[in-house]
Design a protein around this ligand. Structure first.
Ligand code: FES
Ligand SMILES: [Fe+2]
Length: 334
């Protein structure tokens, strides 16, 4: 029997894939000498790690006669060697070797294979996606400063979710769902700020603890469409580093790395672990709704709904693909 749900129009067909830095792998996913074909951004890219440790990313098809560079290819030194006629390419997409000719045209030596900008930061491999291959407009965001030494990576999680990536980060602005879906009260004090390519939310809430009321703070810093750092400061001190990566307009890969401060007592460790469990529980409450919801371009909003339209207005800049159209470049350079 056909799944009749698959014929529902969920409104994503006309929502493009935003440009930005996106996580495509964890550092540990690819060792020196390894090659991987990744499916993101409604296309494929081939990444490899050279002997020097550097990760490179290129388009999948060899410019010579079109072999797929992720199939039966090899890493030779720092370069990727095509399986079909053994041309080798460096990370700039330039030909470094053709075994049957000494005469490599200078143009091919410079670059003939389209590449993707790559950054490897805090254990995550990012590529810069732009449909017109425009250069990166901001830098990959790093973990916030840890007040007491180095953050301790406690847990990693990942999910593939059937929804456009814009809707996943919109969830934090959707205040009315906090009670309905997560059973937590409305955020009593919330600031929502756009600063160039960065969006910040700060939520301050009175929390009941065994030692009485205390003020808890949640700081969300989203840099571009692909990265959010969420810092919880209360009885625990936890950072949830989130990356969302479009597989296509309707499917998103979500990754989390959860960190806590070092030197926790047994008691604080228990509270910290409970907080992390709770965060995972919360996303698991959102996922069934995300997997089947529609994108409402014109939602029916009422007083009490959060600043989702302000969020969408800011987010729209990630769809300004035309370099001539400067409206997408407001506050560029940060
Ligand atoms: S197709 Fe790649 S070297 Fe010929
Ligand atoms: Fe949620």
């Amino acid at each position: 029997m056909t799944d009749q749900h698959t014929v529902l129009d969920r409104g994503y067909a006309n929502v493009p894939i935003p440009f930005g830095w996106f996580a495509v792998a964890m550092s540990g996913d690819i060792a020196p000498g390894e090659i991987k074909t990744l499916q993101y951004f409604a296309t494929e890219l081939v990444i490899w790690r050279g002997e020097n440790g550097q990760v490179n990313a290129v388009d999948p098809f060899c410019p010579h006669l079109g072999a797929h560079l992720g199939v039966n290819s090899d890493v030779v030194g720092n370069d990727l060697r095509c399986p079909f006629h053994h041309w080798s390419f460096n990370g700039e997409g330039g030909v470094t070797d053709i075994p049957y000719t000494k005469l490599i045209p200078p143009k091919l030596k410079r670059s003939c294979l389209p590449t993707w900008p790559v950054e490897e930061k805090d254990g995550v491999i990012f590529v810069w996606y732009h449909p017109n291959k425009a250069a990166p407009k901001w830098e990959v965001a790093r973990l916030p400063n840890c007040p007491d030494g180095e953050w301790v990576l406690a847990e990693t999680h990942e999910w593939i979710i059937n929804i456009h990536c814009q809707e996943i980060t919109e969830n934090g602005q959707d205040y009315a769902h906090f009670g309905a879906v997560h059973g937590v009260p409305y955020a009593p004090s919330t600031q929502f700020m756009n600063e160039g390519w960065v969006r910040r939310n700060t939520v301050v809430a009175e929390m009941k603890t065994p030692k009485g009321l205390m003020t808890g703070k949640i700081d969300v810093t989203a840099t571009g469409p692909g990265q959010s750092m969420v810092e919880y400061t209360d009885v625990t001190h936890v950072v949830q580093s989130q990356q969302v990566t479009p597989i296509n307009s309707q499917t998103t890969h979500v990754r989390w790395q959860m960190y806590h401060i070092p030197g926790l007592s047994e008691g604080r460790m228990r509270v910290t672990q409970a907080r992390m469990r709770d965060l995972v529980k919360q996303i698991n409450q959102d996922i069934p709704i995300w997997n089947r919801k529609r994108f409402n371009e014109h939602p029916l909003l009422v007083k009490g709904d959060g600043p989702m339209l302000a969020y969408r207005e800011q987010y729209a800049r990630y769809y300004q693909f035309d370099e001539e159209n400067k409206t997408g470049s407001v506050a560029a350079g940060n």
